[in-house]
Write a protein that binds this ligand. Structure first.
Ligand SMILES: Cc1cc2nc3c(=O)[nH]c(=O)nc-3n(C[C@H](O)[C@H](O)[C@H](O)COP(=O)(O)O)c2cc1C
Length: 401
């Protein structure tokens, strides 16, 4: 099943059911463009057989970065380096989609002290995030334009599809969640209003790219926080996205306040044991909709992957960390030499920095692959957390000079 192909509603076919989910690369310099390290990293992955590679988040705004080393696409961005990158990856015969994002209030203080967000609700995490300013109606409209421009740009430079990031607590996910969206205009209140910005981006993007270019959306099944985005909201959004003809829905969960997909906090013990965190929600989606479904988070054994595909629980399996835990993944996995991806048990000197230690550990593995080096799974995770923060501080300041 893992190796069977899959046809998207737009008519395009994926070669197999394995997708590399977005993994932020943080490899750009001050110009925020793709470079040789991106090319090396994605050529490594492209050779290893996933039918779909989704880029790490590419930002549609120079200020609202997820990290200082992000790639950015704005109206001023030159196209040449993107063309070289996409050609080198798609030459291997698989799909390469760009994930587009705006960090909103999850932009750290090294990038801006006053980020824009749906409402002025501060993210509390070790003082790394400033008090956001509520976006004006005009700023919401220009954010929609920025996404639509980036979608058209991606089609023009040779990506074979796009994914709009509306998960993990970034701007579009902030609009979706009543915890972070306190507006009472057309962009807030009911779920219809909270999702309007996402629906507009998808609608306008489809008009620009035409019917046969894949558009995907990544959303949370839930934020896993009281008063946040709930499964019922997610199901409403999914049914509307289906009517808007998206090609692939990716389901994940959590925000910076609770990185569920990293830490598994707030998930039932039975869910963690079963390894694929968002599978139960996928079943609910299947009951209500026929939208092509990709589920990401926790898939580690081949037998489970085969089983869920056989059961029709989902269409595409998204993998993140397995690409950073085994250099042969997914080739070894499908050829039979590797039945299970072993996790690394990441420890940190304090609970507060555990997610930074994990983030830093995987970020270091990405940097190694980008430099043509083998993975180093013994890298000290406290050092990894320090490296992550130091990089943000140094690049955040240096790139503004
Ligand atoms: C280092 C790292 C970077 C990530 N960057 C992104 C990103 O840019 N966009 C995104 O949607 N998810 C991102 N994620 C989340 C993954 O796409 C995925 O949802 C998550 O890792 C769960 O899947 P897994 O259990 O297979 O790793 C990242 C995860 C890791 C480990």
């Amino acid at each position: 099943m893992l190796l069977s192909n899959f046809q998207l509603p737009c008519g395009i076919q994926l070669n197999n059911r394995i997708a590399k989910a977005a993994l932020t690369e943080r490899l750009s310099k001050k110009d925020h463009l793709p470079n040789q390290r991106h090319i090396r990293l994605y050529n490594h992955w492209a050779k290893n057989g996933a039918g779909l590679l989704i880029s790490g988040n590419i930002l549609v705004d120079k200020i609202h970065l997820e990290a200082a080393g992000n790639i950015v696409i704005t109206k001023e961005t030159p196209k040449e380096s993107f063309r070289i990158w996409t050609k080198s990856v798609t030459n291997h015969g698989h799909h390469f989609w760009a994930q587009l994002n705006h960090a909103g209030r999850q932009t750290n203080i090294f990038n801006t002290l006053r980020p824009l967000a749906p409402s002025s609700v501060k993210l509390k995490k070790m003082g790394f995030f400033g008090l956001p300013k509520q976006m004006t109606d005009g700023q919401v409209q220009s954010t929609i334009d920025a996404f639509v421009h980036a979608v058209a740009f991606c089609q023009d430079v040779g990506f074979t599809g796009v994914q709009i990031h509306a998960a993990h607590g970034y701007l579009l996910s902030q609009f979706l969640s009543p915890r972070t969206n306190k507006r009472n205009d057309q962009w807030g209140g009911s779920i219809e209003n909270r999702a309007r910005i996402l629906f507009e981006i998808v609608k306008q993007s489809r008009k620009v790219v035409g019917p046969s270019f894949p558009i995907s959306v990544k959303i949370n099944s839930a934020d896993f926080q009281r008063g946040g985005f709930e499964e019922e909201d997610a199901l409403f959004v999914i049914k509307r996205l289906e009517a808007l003809d998206i090609d692939l829905l990716e389901v994940s969960g959590g925000t910076y306040e609770d990185l569920t997909f990293f830490t598994q906090k707030n998930l039932k013990a039975s869910t963690i044991k079963r390894e694929a965190y968002f599978l139960e929600f996928a079943k609910e989606v299947r009951k209500e909709s026929r939208i092509p479904l990709m589920v990401t988070g926790g898939f580690r054994t081949k037998s489970l992957c085969e089983q869920v595909l056989k059961d029709g629980a989902l269409d595409i399996i998204g993998f993140g960390r397995p690409f950073l835990l085994d250099e042969s993944f997914p080739n070894g996995f499908v050829s039979g030499s590797l039945d299970k991806i072993e996790e690394v048990n990441i420890q940190a000197m304090s609970k507060q920095i555990l997610d930074m230690a994990a983030g830093g550990f995987y970020d270091y593995q990405i940097a190694r692959l980008a430099d043509g080096l083998p993975l180093d799974l013994h890298f000290n995770s406290n050092l990894a957390a320090f490296r992550l923060i130091a990089n943000e501080l140094i690049k955040g300041v240096a790139y503004k000079m």
